[in-house]
Write a protein that binds this ligand. Structure first.
Ligand code: M6R
Length: 613
Protein backbone atom coordinates (compact mmCIF):
# COMPACT_ATOMS: atom_id res chain seq x y z
CA UNK A 1 0.00 0.00 0.00
CA UNK A 2 1.38 3.42 -0.90
CA UNK A 3 2.09 5.85 1.95
CA UNK A 4 -0.84 8.13 2.73
CA UNK A 5 0.90 11.33 1.61
CA UNK A 6 1.35 9.87 -1.86
CA UNK A 7 -2.37 9.99 -2.66
CA UNK A 8 -4.06 13.24 -3.53
CA UNK A 9 -6.92 14.03 -1.20
CA UNK A 10 -8.35 16.35 -3.79
CA UNK A 11 -8.52 13.58 -6.29
CA UNK A 12 -9.74 10.48 -4.58
CA UNK A 13 -12.35 10.17 -7.26
CA UNK A 14 -14.56 7.66 -8.88
CA UNK A 15 -15.89 8.69 -12.16
CA UNK A 16 -17.26 7.71 -15.51
CA UNK A 17 -15.06 7.98 -18.58
CA UNK A 18 -15.84 7.46 -22.24
CA UNK A 19 -14.13 7.90 -25.60
CA UNK A 20 -15.61 7.70 -29.10
CA UNK A 21 -13.94 7.58 -32.48
CA UNK A 22 -15.91 7.62 -35.71
CA UNK A 23 -15.11 6.80 -39.33
CA UNK A 24 -17.66 9.11 -40.90
CA UNK A 25 -17.89 12.86 -41.10
CA UNK A 26 -20.77 13.09 -38.64
CA UNK A 27 -20.31 15.14 -35.53
CA UNK A 28 -19.93 12.65 -32.63
CA UNK A 29 -20.38 15.23 -29.87
CA UNK A 30 -24.14 14.68 -29.36
CA UNK A 31 -23.44 10.92 -29.08
CA UNK A 32 -20.53 11.55 -26.73
CA UNK A 33 -22.81 13.59 -24.44
CA UNK A 34 -25.41 10.82 -24.52
CA UNK A 35 -22.87 8.10 -23.71
CA UNK A 36 -21.45 10.18 -20.87
CA UNK A 37 -24.90 10.77 -19.45
CA UNK A 38 -25.33 7.02 -19.16
CA UNK A 39 -22.41 7.06 -16.75
CA UNK A 40 -23.66 9.94 -14.65
CA UNK A 41 -24.64 7.53 -11.87
CA UNK A 42 -20.89 7.15 -11.25
CA UNK A 43 -20.46 10.78 -10.28
CA UNK A 44 -21.93 14.14 -11.09
CA UNK A 45 -20.12 17.03 -9.49
CA UNK A 46 -18.19 18.09 -12.58
CA UNK A 47 -17.95 17.10 -16.22
CA UNK A 48 -15.65 17.68 -19.16
CA UNK A 49 -14.99 16.96 -22.81
CA UNK A 50 -11.91 17.01 -25.05
CA UNK A 51 -12.14 16.52 -28.78
CA UNK A 52 -10.22 17.21 -31.96
CA UNK A 53 -12.01 20.12 -33.55
CA UNK A 54 -12.91 19.18 -37.13
CA UNK A 55 -12.10 22.72 -38.38
CA UNK A 56 -8.77 23.43 -36.72
CA UNK A 57 -7.45 19.90 -36.04
CA UNK A 58 -6.61 21.07 -32.52
CA UNK A 59 -7.69 19.68 -29.17
CA UNK A 60 -10.45 21.67 -27.50
CA UNK A 61 -11.18 21.11 -23.83
CA UNK A 62 -14.46 22.17 -22.27
CA UNK A 63 -14.97 21.36 -18.60
CA UNK A 64 -16.49 22.78 -15.46
CA UNK A 65 -18.16 21.93 -12.20
CA UNK A 66 -21.80 20.90 -12.36
CA UNK A 67 -23.83 18.06 -13.80
CA UNK A 68 -23.33 16.99 -17.42
CA UNK A 69 -26.42 18.80 -18.76
CA UNK A 70 -25.42 22.00 -17.02
CA UNK A 71 -21.88 21.97 -18.41
CA UNK A 72 -23.08 21.02 -21.92
CA UNK A 73 -25.63 23.86 -21.92
CA UNK A 74 -23.29 26.42 -20.32
CA UNK A 75 -20.71 26.02 -23.12
CA UNK A 76 -23.03 25.13 -26.00
CA UNK A 77 -20.86 22.07 -26.66
CA UNK A 78 -23.19 20.41 -29.16
CA UNK A 79 -24.10 23.60 -31.05
CA UNK A 80 -20.70 25.28 -31.21
CA UNK A 81 -18.35 22.43 -32.06
CA UNK A 82 -17.98 19.43 -34.35
CA UNK A 83 -15.60 16.47 -33.97
CA UNK A 84 -15.06 12.88 -35.08
CA UNK A 85 -13.08 11.82 -32.04
CA UNK A 86 -13.47 12.80 -28.41
CA UNK A 87 -13.26 11.82 -24.77
CA UNK A 88 -15.44 12.78 -21.82
CA UNK A 89 -15.58 12.48 -18.07
CA UNK A 90 -18.08 12.81 -15.24
CA UNK A 91 -16.48 13.22 -11.86
CA UNK A 92 -17.22 12.49 -8.24
CA UNK A 93 -14.87 13.95 -5.65
CA UNK A 94 -14.72 12.36 -2.22
CA UNK A 95 -12.46 15.02 -0.75
CA UNK A 96 -12.14 18.72 -1.52
CA UNK A 97 -14.54 20.81 -3.52
CA UNK A 98 -15.04 20.02 -7.21
CA UNK A 99 -13.63 22.80 -9.38
CA UNK A 100 -13.18 23.71 -13.02
CA UNK A 101 -9.41 23.34 -12.86
CA UNK A 102 -9.59 19.87 -11.30
CA UNK A 103 -12.30 18.64 -13.67
CA UNK A 104 -11.14 16.28 -16.43
CA UNK A 105 -9.88 16.08 -19.18
CA UNK A 106 -6.32 17.15 -18.39
CA UNK A 107 -3.79 18.07 -21.04
CA UNK A 108 -0.01 18.06 -21.45
CA UNK A 109 2.10 21.23 -21.85
CA UNK A 110 1.81 21.28 -25.63
CA UNK A 111 -1.97 20.77 -25.64
CA UNK A 112 -1.59 17.80 -28.01
CA UNK A 113 -2.55 15.07 -25.52
CA UNK A 114 -5.74 15.02 -23.46
CA UNK A 115 -6.72 12.33 -21.01
CA UNK A 116 -9.61 11.23 -18.82
CA UNK A 117 -8.98 9.00 -15.82
CA UNK A 118 -10.93 7.01 -13.26
CA UNK A 119 -8.92 5.93 -10.22
CA UNK A 120 -5.95 7.15 -8.22
CA UNK A 121 -2.27 7.46 -9.14
CA UNK A 122 -0.52 6.65 -5.86
CA UNK A 123 2.96 7.84 -6.87
CA UNK A 124 1.82 11.07 -8.50
CA UNK A 125 3.73 13.36 -6.12
CA UNK A 126 7.05 11.77 -6.99
CA UNK A 127 6.20 11.81 -10.73
CA UNK A 128 5.01 15.38 -10.60
CA UNK A 129 8.25 16.52 -8.93
CA UNK A 130 10.39 14.72 -11.52
CA UNK A 131 8.35 16.02 -14.46
CA UNK A 132 8.34 19.58 -13.05
CA UNK A 133 12.15 19.41 -12.77
CA UNK A 134 12.20 18.57 -16.47
CA UNK A 135 10.17 21.71 -17.18
CA UNK A 136 6.58 20.41 -17.30
CA UNK A 137 4.04 23.00 -16.17
CA UNK A 138 1.12 21.73 -14.08
CA UNK A 139 -2.20 23.57 -14.02
CA UNK A 140 -4.24 21.49 -11.55
CA UNK A 141 -3.63 19.81 -8.18
CA UNK A 142 -4.76 16.47 -9.54
CA UNK A 143 -2.91 13.18 -9.67
CA UNK A 144 -4.44 12.68 -13.12
CA UNK A 145 -2.56 15.52 -14.78
CA UNK A 146 0.76 13.69 -14.31
CA UNK A 147 -0.44 11.04 -16.78
CA UNK A 148 -0.74 13.60 -19.58
CA UNK A 149 2.72 15.05 -18.84
CA UNK A 150 4.25 11.61 -18.40
CA UNK A 151 3.01 10.54 -21.85
CA UNK A 152 4.30 13.79 -23.34
CA UNK A 153 7.67 13.11 -21.76
CA UNK A 154 7.81 9.50 -22.94
CA UNK A 155 6.82 10.54 -26.47
CA UNK A 156 9.81 12.85 -26.48
CA UNK A 157 12.01 9.78 -25.98
CA UNK A 158 11.27 8.70 -29.57
CA UNK A 159 8.36 6.42 -28.70
CA UNK A 160 5.10 6.42 -30.55
CA UNK A 161 1.98 6.70 -28.39
CA UNK A 162 1.63 2.93 -27.96
CA UNK A 163 5.26 2.74 -26.86
CA UNK A 164 4.75 5.65 -24.46
CA UNK A 165 1.73 3.94 -22.94
CA UNK A 166 3.63 0.66 -22.62
CA UNK A 167 6.32 2.47 -20.62
CA UNK A 168 3.77 4.46 -18.61
CA UNK A 169 2.09 1.24 -17.45
CA UNK A 170 5.35 0.30 -15.73
CA UNK A 171 5.74 3.71 -14.11
CA UNK A 172 2.25 4.54 -12.86
CA UNK A 173 1.27 3.00 -9.53
CA UNK A 174 -2.33 2.84 -8.35
CA UNK A 175 -5.64 2.19 -9.99
CA UNK A 176 -6.50 3.63 -13.32
CA UNK A 177 -8.71 3.42 -16.35
CA UNK A 178 -7.41 6.03 -18.77
CA UNK A 179 -8.46 7.12 -22.25
CA UNK A 180 -5.99 9.18 -24.26
CA UNK A 181 -6.70 11.55 -27.14
CA UNK A 182 -3.74 12.71 -29.21
CA UNK A 183 -3.43 15.01 -32.22
CA UNK A 184 -0.73 12.65 -33.55
CA UNK A 185 -3.36 9.92 -34.15
CA UNK A 186 -6.68 11.66 -34.74
CA UNK A 187 -8.41 8.45 -35.79
CA UNK A 188 -7.47 6.50 -32.66
CA UNK A 189 -8.08 6.59 -28.94
CA UNK A 190 -5.59 4.91 -26.64
CA UNK A 191 -6.47 3.30 -23.34
CA UNK A 192 -4.86 1.65 -20.32
CA UNK A 193 -6.43 -0.25 -17.46
CA UNK A 194 -5.34 -1.35 -14.02
CA UNK A 195 -7.96 -2.14 -11.35
CA UNK A 196 -10.54 0.47 -12.44
CA UNK A 197 -13.13 -0.90 -14.88
CA UNK A 198 -12.89 -0.28 -18.63
CA UNK A 199 -14.75 -1.89 -21.51
CA UNK A 200 -14.66 -1.59 -25.29
CA UNK A 201 -17.35 -1.74 -27.95
CA UNK A 202 -16.54 -1.95 -31.64
CA UNK A 203 -18.92 -1.15 -34.49
CA UNK A 204 -17.99 -0.64 -38.16
CA UNK A 205 -18.37 3.10 -38.14
CA UNK A 206 -17.68 3.97 -34.54
CA UNK A 207 -15.77 2.45 -31.64
CA UNK A 208 -16.16 3.24 -27.97
CA UNK A 209 -14.24 2.72 -24.75
CA UNK A 210 -16.05 3.41 -21.48
CA UNK A 211 -16.35 2.66 -17.78
CA UNK A 212 -19.56 0.67 -17.99
CA UNK A 213 -22.13 -1.08 -20.17
CA UNK A 214 -24.94 1.54 -20.16
CA UNK A 215 -22.63 3.82 -22.14
CA UNK A 216 -21.56 1.21 -24.71
CA UNK A 217 -25.07 -0.04 -25.36
CA UNK A 218 -25.76 3.12 -27.38
CA UNK A 219 -23.34 1.78 -30.00
CA UNK A 220 -23.26 -2.02 -29.79
CA UNK A 221 -24.28 -5.01 -27.67
CA UNK A 222 -20.93 -6.76 -28.23
CA UNK A 223 -18.64 -5.82 -25.38
CA UNK A 224 -15.03 -6.57 -24.46
CA UNK A 225 -14.22 -6.31 -20.75
CA UNK A 226 -10.56 -5.30 -20.45
CA UNK A 227 -8.37 -7.11 -17.93
CA UNK A 228 -5.90 -5.60 -15.50
CA UNK A 229 -2.65 -4.54 -17.11
CA UNK A 230 -4.13 -4.31 -20.60
CA UNK A 231 -3.68 -1.29 -22.85
CA UNK A 232 -4.02 -0.52 -26.54
CA UNK A 233 -6.18 1.53 -28.85
CA UNK A 234 -9.52 1.65 -30.63
CA UNK A 235 -10.15 2.75 -34.19
CA UNK A 236 -13.48 2.69 -36.04
CA UNK A 237 -14.28 -1.02 -36.42
CA UNK A 238 -11.19 -2.28 -34.56
CA UNK A 239 -9.56 -2.74 -31.16
CA UNK A 240 -5.91 -3.56 -30.51
CA UNK A 241 -4.90 -4.90 -27.07
CA UNK A 242 -1.49 -5.59 -25.48
CA UNK A 243 -0.31 -6.86 -22.11
CA UNK A 244 3.33 -6.53 -21.00
CA UNK A 245 4.43 -5.79 -24.57
CA UNK A 246 2.64 -8.83 -26.05
CA UNK A 247 -0.36 -8.47 -28.39
CA UNK A 248 -3.51 -10.12 -27.02
CA UNK A 249 -6.11 -11.80 -29.20
CA UNK A 250 -9.19 -10.45 -27.46
CA UNK A 251 -11.65 -11.38 -30.21
CA UNK A 252 -12.86 -14.46 -28.28
CA UNK A 253 -13.57 -12.37 -25.23
CA UNK A 254 -16.34 -10.26 -26.77
CA UNK A 255 -19.70 -11.15 -25.28
CA UNK A 256 -23.24 -10.08 -26.03
CA UNK A 257 -25.11 -7.91 -23.58
CA UNK A 258 -28.77 -8.77 -23.12
CA UNK A 259 -29.70 -5.39 -21.63
CA UNK A 260 -31.49 -3.13 -24.07
CA UNK A 261 -31.54 0.65 -24.38
CA UNK A 262 -35.09 0.70 -22.98
CA UNK A 263 -33.82 -1.20 -19.92
CA UNK A 264 -31.63 1.75 -19.10
CA UNK A 265 -34.15 4.46 -19.84
CA UNK A 266 -36.78 5.73 -17.45
CA UNK A 267 -39.74 4.31 -19.40
CA UNK A 268 -42.05 7.15 -18.37
CA UNK A 269 -41.14 7.14 -14.68
CA UNK A 270 -39.96 10.46 -13.22
CA UNK A 271 -36.93 8.78 -11.64
CA UNK A 272 -34.88 5.63 -12.12
CA UNK A 273 -35.33 4.77 -8.46
CA UNK A 274 -39.09 4.53 -8.86
CA UNK A 275 -38.76 2.60 -12.11
CA UNK A 276 -36.37 0.17 -10.48
CA UNK A 277 -38.63 -0.32 -7.44
CA UNK A 278 -41.56 -1.02 -9.75
CA UNK A 279 -39.71 -3.43 -12.01
CA UNK A 280 -38.78 -5.69 -9.10
CA UNK A 281 -41.40 -8.35 -9.92
CA UNK A 282 -39.79 -8.85 -13.35
CA UNK A 283 -36.26 -8.73 -11.94
CA UNK A 284 -37.17 -11.31 -9.31
CA UNK A 285 -38.81 -13.66 -11.78
CA UNK A 286 -35.86 -13.50 -14.17
CA UNK A 287 -33.43 -14.05 -11.34
CA UNK A 288 -35.49 -17.00 -10.13
CA UNK A 289 -35.50 -18.63 -13.57
CA UNK A 290 -31.80 -17.92 -14.01
CA UNK A 291 -30.68 -19.31 -10.69
CA UNK A 292 -32.87 -22.41 -11.00
CA UNK A 293 -31.02 -23.52 -14.11
CA UNK A 294 -27.56 -22.34 -13.07
CA UNK A 295 -25.03 -25.18 -12.54
CA UNK A 296 -22.93 -22.69 -10.55
CA UNK A 297 -25.47 -23.02 -7.73
CA UNK A 298 -24.43 -26.66 -7.23
CA UNK A 299 -20.76 -25.76 -7.35
CA UNK A 300 -21.37 -23.11 -4.70
CA UNK A 301 -23.15 -25.64 -2.48
CA UNK A 302 -20.24 -28.07 -2.83
CA UNK A 303 -17.77 -25.39 -1.79
CA UNK A 304 -19.86 -24.43 1.23
CA UNK A 305 -20.41 -28.06 2.24
CA UNK A 306 -16.68 -28.64 2.36
CA UNK A 307 -15.85 -25.35 4.07
CA UNK A 308 -14.64 -24.98 7.63
CA UNK A 309 -15.94 -21.41 7.97
CA UNK A 310 -18.19 -19.49 5.60
CA UNK A 311 -17.43 -15.77 5.58
CA UNK A 312 -19.80 -13.34 3.86
CA UNK A 313 -18.94 -9.82 2.81
CA UNK A 314 -20.23 -6.79 0.93
CA UNK A 315 -20.74 -3.05 1.36
CA UNK A 316 -23.92 -1.07 1.99
CA UNK A 317 -26.96 -2.85 0.63
CA UNK A 318 -24.93 -5.87 -0.44
CA UNK A 319 -23.76 -6.27 3.16
CA UNK A 320 -27.40 -6.18 4.25
CA UNK A 321 -28.22 -8.97 1.79
CA UNK A 322 -25.33 -10.86 3.42
CA UNK A 323 -26.98 -10.43 6.82
CA UNK A 324 -30.20 -11.93 5.46
CA UNK A 325 -28.17 -14.87 4.13
CA UNK A 326 -26.63 -15.32 7.59
CA UNK A 327 -30.15 -15.53 9.05
CA UNK A 328 -31.37 -18.10 6.51
CA UNK A 329 -28.21 -20.22 6.70
CA UNK A 330 -28.51 -20.63 10.43
CA UNK A 331 -32.27 -21.08 10.49
CA UNK A 332 -32.67 -23.46 7.55
CA UNK A 333 -29.27 -25.08 7.02
CA UNK A 334 -28.11 -24.95 10.65
CA UNK A 335 -24.82 -23.38 9.53
CA UNK A 336 -23.50 -20.37 11.38
CA UNK A 337 -21.71 -17.97 9.01
CA UNK A 338 -19.68 -14.86 9.69
CA UNK A 339 -20.83 -11.74 7.87
CA UNK A 340 -18.63 -8.65 7.88
CA UNK A 341 -18.52 -5.23 6.21
CA UNK A 342 -16.04 -5.45 3.33
CA UNK A 343 -13.86 -2.52 4.42
CA UNK A 344 -13.30 -4.31 7.76
CA UNK A 345 -11.84 -7.40 6.06
CA UNK A 346 -8.45 -7.17 7.81
CA UNK A 347 -10.11 -8.09 11.12
CA UNK A 348 -11.09 -11.48 9.68
CA UNK A 349 -8.86 -12.36 6.77
CA UNK A 350 -5.81 -13.24 8.92
CA UNK A 351 -7.72 -16.17 10.35
CA UNK A 352 -8.84 -17.42 6.94
CA UNK A 353 -7.22 -20.33 5.14
CA UNK A 354 -7.68 -22.80 2.32
CA UNK A 355 -10.50 -24.63 4.10
CA UNK A 356 -12.64 -21.51 4.16
CA UNK A 357 -15.08 -19.94 1.75
CA UNK A 358 -15.83 -16.26 1.23
CA UNK A 359 -19.09 -15.16 -0.35
CA UNK A 360 -18.50 -11.72 -1.90
CA UNK A 361 -21.72 -9.85 -2.71
CA UNK A 362 -21.62 -6.82 -5.01
CA UNK A 363 -24.22 -5.47 -7.39
CA UNK A 364 -21.63 -3.72 -9.55
CA UNK A 365 -18.90 -6.31 -9.06
CA UNK A 366 -16.44 -3.43 -8.90
CA UNK A 367 -16.66 -2.11 -5.33
CA UNK A 368 -13.05 -1.76 -4.28
CA UNK A 369 -13.67 -2.59 -0.60
CA UNK A 370 -15.26 -5.91 -1.55
CA UNK A 371 -12.60 -6.60 -4.19
CA UNK A 372 -9.84 -5.93 -1.67
CA UNK A 373 -11.48 -8.23 0.89
CA UNK A 374 -11.79 -10.92 -1.80
CA UNK A 375 -8.12 -10.61 -2.77
CA UNK A 376 -7.00 -10.77 0.82
CA UNK A 377 -8.99 -13.99 1.42
CA UNK A 378 -7.76 -15.50 -1.83
CA UNK A 379 -4.17 -14.80 -0.91
CA UNK A 380 -4.69 -16.97 2.14
CA UNK A 381 -6.08 -19.76 0.00
CA UNK A 382 -9.82 -19.30 0.66
CA UNK A 383 -12.25 -20.12 -2.16
CA UNK A 384 -14.57 -17.36 -3.28
CA UNK A 385 -18.20 -17.36 -4.43
CA UNK A 386 -19.33 -14.10 -6.06
CA UNK A 387 -22.90 -12.81 -6.19
CA UNK A 388 -23.11 -9.96 -8.68
CA UNK A 389 -25.44 -8.26 -11.15
CA UNK A 390 -22.74 -7.48 -13.72
CA UNK A 391 -21.44 -10.41 -15.69
CA UNK A 392 -17.64 -10.65 -15.85
CA UNK A 393 -17.09 -7.61 -13.65
CA UNK A 394 -13.98 -7.72 -11.47
CA UNK A 395 -15.44 -9.56 -8.46
CA UNK A 396 -16.98 -12.49 -10.36
CA UNK A 397 -13.94 -12.60 -12.61
CA UNK A 398 -11.66 -13.20 -9.65
CA UNK A 399 -13.98 -15.69 -7.94
CA UNK A 400 -14.08 -19.50 -8.12
CA UNK A 401 -17.86 -19.63 -8.52
CA UNK A 402 -20.03 -16.86 -9.99
CA UNK A 403 -23.71 -16.49 -9.16
CA UNK A 404 -25.60 -13.76 -10.94
CA UNK A 405 -28.70 -11.76 -10.15
CA UNK A 406 -30.67 -10.90 -13.25
CA UNK A 407 -31.98 -7.52 -12.19
CA UNK A 408 -30.92 -5.70 -15.35
CA UNK A 409 -29.08 -2.41 -15.13
CA UNK A 410 -29.62 -0.42 -11.96
CA UNK A 411 -29.05 3.28 -12.61
CA UNK A 412 -30.47 4.91 -9.46
CA UNK A 413 -27.70 5.31 -6.91
CA UNK A 414 -29.85 3.62 -4.26
CA UNK A 415 -29.83 -0.14 -4.63
CA UNK A 416 -33.40 -1.44 -4.81
CA UNK A 417 -34.10 -4.28 -7.22
CA UNK A 418 -30.59 -5.59 -6.77
CA UNK A 419 -31.12 -6.05 -3.02
CA UNK A 420 -34.14 -8.33 -3.40
CA UNK A 421 -32.59 -10.26 -6.27
CA UNK A 422 -29.45 -10.78 -4.17
CA UNK A 423 -31.63 -12.09 -1.33
CA UNK A 424 -33.33 -14.46 -3.78
CA UNK A 425 -30.05 -15.88 -5.09
CA UNK A 426 -28.76 -16.31 -1.55
CA UNK A 427 -32.00 -17.96 -0.43
CA UNK A 428 -31.75 -20.31 -3.42
CA UNK A 429 -28.28 -21.26 -2.22
CA UNK A 430 -29.59 -22.06 1.27
CA UNK A 431 -32.51 -23.95 -0.22
CA UNK A 432 -30.15 -26.05 -2.33
CA UNK A 433 -28.11 -26.83 0.76
CA UNK A 434 -31.14 -28.19 2.54
CA UNK A 435 -31.96 -30.72 -0.20
CA UNK A 436 -35.50 -30.20 -1.36
CA UNK A 437 -35.58 -26.86 0.40
CA UNK A 438 -37.93 -24.05 -0.49
CA UNK A 439 -36.84 -23.27 -4.04
CA UNK A 440 -40.41 -23.59 -5.36
CA UNK A 441 -41.58 -21.01 -2.84
CA UNK A 442 -39.14 -18.54 -4.40
CA UNK A 443 -41.15 -18.81 -7.60
CA UNK A 444 -43.77 -16.74 -5.75
CA UNK A 445 -41.41 -13.93 -4.77
CA UNK A 446 -42.27 -11.75 -7.76
CA UNK A 447 -46.01 -12.09 -7.11
CA UNK A 448 -45.60 -11.15 -3.47
CA UNK A 449 -43.71 -7.98 -4.44
CA UNK A 450 -46.23 -7.04 -7.13
CA UNK A 451 -49.12 -7.48 -4.68
CA UNK A 452 -47.47 -5.53 -1.91
CA UNK A 453 -46.67 -2.58 -4.20
CA UNK A 454 -50.15 -2.56 -5.73
CA UNK A 455 -51.94 -2.80 -2.41
CA UNK A 456 -49.95 -0.40 -0.26
CA UNK A 457 -48.61 2.26 -2.62
CA UNK A 458 -51.28 4.77 -1.68
CA UNK A 459 -50.82 4.07 2.01
CA UNK A 460 -47.06 4.67 1.68
CA UNK A 461 -47.73 7.98 -0.12
CA UNK A 462 -49.94 9.09 2.77
CA UNK A 463 -47.38 7.95 5.31
CA UNK A 464 -44.63 9.85 3.52
CA UNK A 465 -46.72 13.04 3.76
CA UNK A 466 -46.91 12.57 7.54
CA UNK A 467 -43.18 11.97 7.89
CA UNK A 468 -41.37 14.10 5.36
CA UNK A 469 -40.74 17.05 7.67
CA UNK A 470 -39.20 14.88 10.41
CA UNK A 471 -35.47 15.02 10.94
CA UNK A 472 -35.07 11.60 12.60
CA UNK A 473 -36.63 8.16 12.15
CA UNK A 474 -35.89 4.91 13.95
CA UNK A 475 -36.38 1.65 12.05
CA UNK A 476 -36.56 -1.36 14.36
CA UNK A 477 -37.07 -5.10 14.06
CA UNK A 478 -35.96 -8.38 15.52
CA UNK A 479 -34.13 -11.22 13.77
CA UNK A 480 -34.67 -10.99 10.03
CA UNK A 481 -36.72 -7.83 10.69
CA UNK A 482 -33.66 -6.09 12.18
CA UNK A 483 -31.60 -6.94 9.08
CA UNK A 484 -34.31 -5.47 6.85
CA UNK A 485 -34.51 -2.45 9.14
CA UNK A 486 -30.82 -1.73 8.40
CA UNK A 487 -31.54 -1.73 4.70
CA UNK A 488 -34.70 0.38 5.11
CA UNK A 489 -32.86 2.98 7.17
CA UNK A 490 -30.02 3.13 4.63
CA UNK A 491 -32.54 3.79 1.85
CA UNK A 492 -34.28 6.56 3.81
CA UNK A 493 -31.09 8.34 4.82
CA UNK A 494 -29.28 8.16 1.49
CA UNK A 495 -32.06 9.62 -0.65
CA UNK A 496 -34.18 11.76 1.71
CA UNK A 497 -31.34 12.91 4.02
CA UNK A 498 -33.55 12.23 7.04
CA UNK A 499 -31.41 10.80 9.79
CA UNK A 500 -32.70 7.22 9.86
CA UNK A 501 -31.21 4.77 12.30
CA UNK A 502 -31.86 1.05 12.54
CA UNK A 503 -31.16 -1.33 15.38
CA UNK A 504 -32.63 -4.52 16.86
CA UNK A 505 -35.81 -3.48 18.69
CA UNK A 506 -34.66 -5.05 21.95
CA UNK A 507 -31.79 -2.56 22.14
CA UNK A 508 -34.09 0.44 22.63
CA UNK A 509 -33.81 0.48 26.39
CA UNK A 510 -30.04 0.25 26.23
CA UNK A 511 -29.70 3.79 24.94
CA UNK A 512 -31.54 4.86 21.77
CA UNK A 513 -34.92 5.43 23.46
CA UNK A 514 -33.35 8.43 25.22
CA UNK A 515 -33.82 10.41 22.00
CA UNK A 516 -37.51 9.67 21.69
CA UNK A 517 -39.88 12.55 22.41
CA UNK A 518 -43.45 13.30 21.30
CA UNK A 519 -43.78 13.03 17.52
CA UNK A 520 -40.59 10.99 16.98
CA UNK A 521 -41.38 8.41 14.24
CA UNK A 522 -40.47 4.78 14.85
CA UNK A 523 -41.03 2.17 12.14
CA UNK A 524 -41.28 -1.44 13.30
CA UNK A 525 -40.64 -4.33 10.93
CA UNK A 526 -42.56 -7.36 12.18
CA UNK A 527 -41.35 -10.73 10.87
CA UNK A 528 -41.78 -14.40 11.86
CA UNK A 529 -41.41 -16.41 14.02
CA UNK A 530 -44.55 -15.85 16.15
CA UNK A 531 -42.50 -15.72 19.36
CA UNK A 532 -41.36 -12.25 18.30
CA UNK A 533 -44.87 -10.77 18.11
CA UNK A 534 -45.30 -10.08 21.83
CA UNK A 535 -41.84 -8.64 22.08
CA UNK A 536 -42.37 -6.25 19.19
CA UNK A 537 -45.78 -5.31 20.63
CA UNK A 538 -44.08 -4.44 23.93
CA UNK A 539 -41.46 -2.35 22.10
CA UNK A 540 -44.23 -0.47 20.29
CA UNK A 541 -45.93 0.26 23.63
CA UNK A 542 -42.70 1.54 25.14
CA UNK A 543 -42.28 3.94 22.25
CA UNK A 544 -45.94 5.03 22.34
CA UNK A 545 -45.64 5.76 26.06
CA UNK A 546 -42.98 8.37 25.16
CA UNK A 547 -45.18 9.97 22.53
CA UNK A 548 -43.52 8.35 19.50
CA UNK A 549 -45.48 8.01 16.26
CA UNK A 550 -45.42 4.25 15.72
CA UNK A 551 -45.64 2.58 12.33
CA UNK A 552 -45.86 -1.19 11.95
CA UNK A 553 -45.12 -3.06 8.75
CA UNK A 554 -45.64 -6.69 9.62
CA UNK A 555 -46.48 -10.16 8.41
CA UNK A 556 -49.80 -11.89 9.23
CA UNK A 557 -48.69 -12.77 12.76
CA UNK A 558 -48.85 -9.06 13.69
CA UNK A 559 -52.49 -8.42 12.74
CA UNK A 560 -53.60 -7.88 16.35
CA UNK A 561 -50.75 -5.59 17.33
CA UNK A 562 -51.64 -1.89 17.70
CA UNK A 563 -49.71 0.98 16.18
CA UNK A 564 -50.54 4.49 14.95
CA UNK A 565 -50.12 3.37 11.33
CA UNK A 566 -50.21 -0.25 10.35
CA UNK A 567 -49.63 -2.37 7.25
CA UNK A 568 -50.32 -6.09 7.57
CA UNK A 569 -49.01 -8.08 4.65
CA UNK A 570 -50.55 -11.24 3.32
CA UNK A 571 -47.45 -13.36 3.95
CA UNK A 572 -46.67 -15.33 7.07
CA UNK A 573 -43.31 -16.96 6.39
CA UNK A 574 -39.83 -15.55 6.65
CA UNK A 575 -38.79 -16.68 3.15
CA UNK A 576 -41.29 -14.45 1.37
CA UNK A 577 -41.41 -11.64 3.96
CA UNK A 578 -38.59 -9.56 2.38
CA UNK A 579 -40.43 -9.45 -0.96
CA UNK A 580 -43.47 -7.89 0.71
CA UNK A 581 -41.70 -5.59 3.17
CA UNK A 582 -38.64 -4.16 1.39
CA UNK A 583 -40.40 -2.62 -1.64
CA UNK A 584 -42.55 -0.60 0.78
CA UNK A 585 -39.54 0.73 2.68
CA UNK A 586 -37.87 1.59 -0.64
CA UNK A 587 -41.01 3.35 -1.83
CA UNK A 588 -41.25 5.27 1.44
CA UNK A 589 -37.62 6.42 1.06
CA UNK A 590 -38.34 7.47 -2.52
CA UNK A 591 -41.47 9.46 -1.61
CA UNK A 592 -39.72 11.15 1.31
CA UNK A 593 -36.91 12.28 -1.00
CA UNK A 594 -39.31 13.68 -3.59
CA UNK A 595 -41.48 15.45 -1.01
CA UNK A 596 -38.36 17.05 0.47
CA UNK A 597 -37.38 18.27 -2.99
CA UNK A 598 -34.37 16.03 -3.60
CA UNK A 599 -33.39 14.03 -6.65
CA UNK A 600 -33.42 10.40 -5.42
CA UNK A 601 -31.39 9.22 -8.40
CA UNK A 602 -28.43 11.40 -7.54
CA UNK A 603 -28.07 11.70 -3.80
CA UNK A 604 -25.42 14.18 -2.71
CA UNK A 605 -21.92 12.90 -1.97
CA UNK A 606 -22.70 9.43 -3.31
CA UNK A 607 -21.85 7.48 -6.44
CA UNK A 608 -23.26 4.22 -7.71
CA UNK A 609 -19.99 2.37 -7.89
CA UNK A 610 -17.40 3.05 -5.24
CA UNK A 611 -14.01 2.26 -6.72
CA UNK A 612 -11.87 4.02 -4.11
CA UNK A 613 -11.20 2.80 -0.57
O1 M6R B 1 -22.05 -2.47 -6.18
P1 M6R B 1 -22.09 -2.89 -4.75
O2 M6R B 1 -23.23 -3.76 -4.40
O3 M6R B 1 -20.80 -3.51 -4.31
O4 M6R B 1 -22.26 -1.55 -3.91
C1 M6R B 1 -22.18 -1.55 -2.52
C2 M6R B 1 -22.64 -0.23 -1.95
O5 M6R B 1 -21.84 0.81 -2.40
C3 M6R B 1 -24.10 0.08 -2.30
O6 M6R B 1 -24.96 -0.94 -1.88
C4 M6R B 1 -24.53 1.41 -1.66
O7 M6R B 1 -24.57 1.28 -0.27
C5 M6R B 1 -25.88 1.86 -2.21
N1 M6R B 1 -25.87 3.28 -2.34
C6 M6R B 1 -27.02 1.49 -1.32
O8 M6R B 1 -28.24 1.93 -1.81
Amino acid sequence: MAPRQETSLENQIMCGIVGLVSAGNDNILPLLVKCLKRLEYRGYDSAGFAFIDSDSGRIIVVKDRGKIDEVVARYGIVERYAARVGIAHTRWATHGPPSKVNAHPHVDCGGTIAIVHNGIINNYLELRRKLAEKGHKFRSDTDTEVIAHLLEDLLDENSDMLGAIRKAMNILRGSYAVVVLSTRDPSRLYFMKRVSPLIVGVAPSVSIVASDIPSIIEITRRVLVLHDGEYGFIEPGRVYVEHDGRPIDASQRFRTITWSVSDIEKAGYPHYMLKEIMEQPRALYETYLGVLSDPALHKAVDLIDEARTVFVTGAGTSFHAGLAFQYYMYRYAGRPVLTFIASEFYVYSNAAGQDDVLIAISQSGETIDTLTALRSFKQRGARVIAVSNVVESAIPRESDVKLYTRAGPEIGVAATKTYLTQVLVLQALVSQMTGDGFIKLLGDAHRVTARSLAKFQVFIDRLARKLYRKEHIYVLGRGLGAFMAYEGALKIKEVSYIHAEAYPAGESKHGPIALVEPGFPVIFIGTPPSELVEKIAANIEEMSARGAVTILIGTQQYRDVDADYKIILDVDDDILAPYAIMPLLQLLAYRLAVLRGYDPDKPRNLAKTVTVE
